[in-house]
Design a protein around this ligand. Sequence first.
Ligand code: BTN
Length: 260
Amino acid sequence: MINPVNMWGLGSRRIELESDRYILHVDRVASTMDTARKLLSKGDRQVLAVAAGFQTKGRGRRGGAWVAPPDSCLLITYFLPPTPSATFDAQQISFAAGVAVAQAITSATDGEITPKLKWPNDVIVGNKKIAGVLIEIATGVEPDQIVPLVGIGINVNVPEFPADIADVATSIELETGLLCDVNSLEEIVRKNLLMLAEEGWQEVLSLWRSYDATTGIRYTMDHEGNRVEGIAVGISDSGALQLRVGDTILETVAATSSAG
Ligand code: BTN
């Protein structure tokens, strides 16, 4: 008989949690986002997250790739509780996840790293990215409900990056000179995320702002049919980016930082 856990990929195992939930860990998958969707479509309600040792098609925001060396990083997709599609707030979940990751890196490194957040949700140290967050939704699970999928990639035990991204990427190992236990880091991220996902928007926004390093960064955005460049001056009360373009302050939810 096929062990149902093994159908999800090479070397998969369940990590049982204190609750009646579990994390499915798979040595190698295309993307934990896709495996998460498959698990949901099979009706599995006990799984809390899908983690991978290696992804062959890891996804980043804006259709980009997320590449991480094998068995050295946190690559995970969490399922948040199903929520009515009408009340789902992607901005809130995204900010909550960014804060959860920034807090977790700070605490796992005993404050040796104090990352910042760059809108919309890059977790950075200096001007280099140490972690990223990808929010997707799964529909059709329950009528009129969606399941938020929170994909998190943290660069943990990576001693160096390829030359083409070495200027823009960093890792916990590079910043501290120390190896960090990925499972312990995951536990902190999980606890933070589940707690913050229950918080109201004002609390999440205020925490996010306490990590914010967006002001002064250059972004480009579409405005009246043109691509315009501006300098970030803040984050609005709804979580939108505020850009100074010439003499005007524009608000947008779809800007790209000029540095990537
Ligand atoms: C970003 O571009 O900043 C978001 C990166 C998100 C990467 C994580 S790794 C685990 C999960 N699975 C994926 O394919 N992507 C997310």
